[in-house]
Design a protein around this ligand. Structure first.
Ligand code: ZN
Length: 219
């Protein structure tokens, strides 16, 4: 599975995801604010590049959208501290962490892993990356998620419970990063249910990005 960075094709490696990283989203799920980042993963095969039609998953009853800011890692190695963490970022984009919410609720309740609800094929619609550079203020990136052209989620990286350098340091102190690793940084409030005919879009004025995906029945 390849991802695009300013027109260049890059093989995707691990897809790390952060759960519960915005206070109002934690509240809307009736969860408790975590004291360390909540990390889970999707296989690279979950990625659906922009323009790909998504098969609507049928293994649960309540598919939710989660719009997220996404980081592409461009350096190898462990991350020693939060100061050097930002130097690991090569690209930025926006995408969706699609979640089968009813299934996730059951799994959470039983104390089981989340993969069935989070890590299925096409569960990570992902836009094309742009290069990260020093003119981008990583702590003030606004982004939005729309369903059928109606804005449902508004986020700003300023509102993260664990800021981006903390996430990169936290993950990179356990895993040894490789270029092509990807991090979904969590979703702001406003998540909700999808139906088969919906069109989902993620956009960011700050990054001048706008991506859209459609579902189809698979038949
Ligand atoms: Zn998420």
């Amino acid at each position: 599975m390849n991802v695009k960075l300013d027109g260049q094709s890059i093989p995707a490696q691990r897809v790390f995801c952060i759960g519960m990283n915005y206070t109002e989203h934690v509240q809307e799920l009736n969860s408790k604010t975590p004291d360390q980042p909540v990390v889970f993963m999707k296989p690279a095969q979950s990625i659906a590049p922009t323009g790909k039609e998504l098969i609507f998953p049928e293994h649960g009853n309540d598919l939710h959208y989660e719009t997220e800011l996404v980081i592409l890692i461009g350096r190898s190695g462990h991350v020693k501290n939060e100061i050097e963490a930002l130097s690991f970022i090569q690209g930025l984009t926006i995408g969706f962490d699609l979640t089968m919410r009813d299934l996730q609720g059951k799994l959470k309740k039983a104390g089981h892993p989340w993969e069935l609800s989070k890590s299925f094929e096409n569960s990570a619609p992902l836009g094309n990356f742009i290069h990260f550079n020093s003119s981008i203020d990583i702590h003030n990136i606004r982004f939005e998620g729309s369903i059928n052209n109606e804005i449902r989620q508004k986020g700003n990286s300023a509102e993260m419970i664990f800021p981006i350098e903390k996430l990169i340091h936290y993950i990179g102190s356990v895993w040894k990063f490789i270029p092509g690793d990807i991090i979904f940084t969590g979703t702001p409030p406003g998540v909700g249910s999808l139906s088969k005919t919906d069109v989902i879009s993620a956009h960011s004025q700050t990054l001048s990005l706008d991506f859209t995906w459609k579902f189809y029945s698979g038949k």
